[in-house]
Design a protein around this ligand. Structure first.
Ligand SMILES: *Cc1c(COP(=O)(O)O)cnc(C)c1O
Length: 395
């Protein structure tokens, strides 16, 4: 299941190469590292038809473009292969011809964080790390604790003290060390940074290690394969750290190089944030290349409560290159639309998923999304962990 094509890591700012064998965090200039593959050679070995004949499910089925060296073993709970559901009733309510929900709530641990942490824990374990630390707004901590449990590693999870109970309990139940922090995910990240050396922790903060983005990019591969290698016109994605958005954009580029996608057919990417924490929307609207951290970040959509992100410049670049846009929505609307999405599709979404529906409604009203655009909403997690937030406003 390993990839002979995984060659090295590369700094996303300077292009400097790093070896694939060390335990790496950011590059020397403080930027995320990307895994790189010999895609020219991979293109000779595997075609998209080979892929569709492959019986193996889950995200590791894209093994040629996954960061597994010979001898490495994937730590997996069978993440990926999530449904891409056609939603005609929801489409009709928005006067759209076609609409799909990529339903990531069916992943292990109830969110797409499983993809990223499967890849990160796999890589860290293979390189000899034994104690993994993470700052989290909720779902990433649960996923780390679960994958560390599967691998027999220790996990140290730093979470804002007001994070809903389900997220906390999941960590404790999986044997993780939970520390509640009086602050936000950024404060949690600072604590991990300050203590990691002394404690011997490997920091698996998103985009501060190279592999979570490799897990999340598989959403892009799956979507392409599920659509028969013709991408949709618009992808609406709830954005916190931005790893999913950045990962899918990387996947599209790789698939073009592999000859699996026609160049010039990528979707317009839409970033959705909560109006109580919208640093990417603000930076996008101001035409900035990086985002200024948001003060007093507040939203019940925990995954969106990320005041600053190390990959901000990569998100903003992907939004602009794709001719996309960024939308901020109120908590009250995104909770109401979580229920509306459930009512019209049967999917019980995380509030972050509900937020994509509010954004789509806006973009239909303004005409930015046309009635014949093929649109995909990403429901990034399950509603089950957010009972407090979702009961603030019921239908
Ligand atoms: C983490 C999270 C997000 C934000 O994801 P990024 O890829 O970090 O932007 C969105 N929704 C849910 C449910 C999350 O857990």
């Amino acid at each position: 299941m390993t990839s002979p094509f995984f060659t090295h890591l590369e700094c996303t700012r300077t292009g400097t190469r790093y070896d694939r064998d060390g335990l790496h965090n950011l590059s020397d200039v403080g930027a995320p590292l990307f895994a790189r593959y010999d895609l020219t050679a991979a293109a000779f070995t595997v075609s998209r038809d080979d892929l569709s004949r492959r019986h193996e499910g889950g995200m590791w089925r894209y093994r040629e473009v996954m960061p597994l060296r010979p001898g490495d073993a994937a730590i997996t709970l069978e993440e990926g292969s999530t449904p891409l559901r056609s939603c005609p009733r929801l489409a009709a309510s928005l006067d759209l011809q076609q609409l799909w929900v990529k339903d990531e709530s069916t992943n292990p641990t109830g969110s797409f964080k499983a993809r990223g942490l499967s890849a990160a824990v796999t890589a860290a374990a293979a390189r000899g790390a034994t104690k993994l630390a993470i700052p989290t707004a909720g779902n990433a901590g649960g996923a780390l604790a679960a994958y560390a449990a599967a691998a027999g590693l220790e996990s140290y999870v730093f979470m804002p003290a007001d994070t809903p109970q389900a997220f906390q309990l999941e960590v404790i139940s999986c044997g993780g060390h939970l520390e509640l922090v009086d602050g936000l995910i950024s404060d949690c990240g600072r604590i991990v940074g300050e203590r990691k050396q002394e404690e011997g922790w490997f920091d698996v903060s998103t985009l501060k290690e190279p592999y979570r983005v490799e897990g999340k990019k598989t959403m892009g591969y799956e979507m392409a394969e599920q659509f028969g290698w013709r991408l949709p016109d618009v992808v609406i994605y709830p954005t916190g750290g931005g790893t999913g958005l950045i990962g899918m954009w990387k996947a599209f580029e790789e698939m073009e190089k592999l000859g699996w996608l026609e160049p010039g057919q990528r979707p317009r990417m839409v970033s959705v944030q909560a109006s109580g924490c919208a640093p990417v929307v603000r930076a996008f609207e101001a035409g900035e290349e990086t985002a200024t951290p948001w003060e007093d970040a507040q939203t019940c959509a925990s995954g969106l409560r990320v005041p600053g992100a190390v990959g901000d410049f990569l998100m903003l670049r992907a939004l602009r290159e794709s001719q996309g846009t960024a939308v901020a929505v109120e908590d009250e609307e995104l909770v109401a639309d979580s229920h509306e999405l459930a009512r019209l599709t049967g999917i019980f979404p995380a509030p972050e998923g509900g937020a994509t529906l509010t954004a789509l409604r806006r973009l239909r009203d303004s005409g930015w999304v046309a009635d014949d655009d093929r649109v995909v909403l990403f429901n990034t997690g399950s509603g089950y962990k957010y009972l407090e937030a979702l009961s603030t406003k019921t239908p």
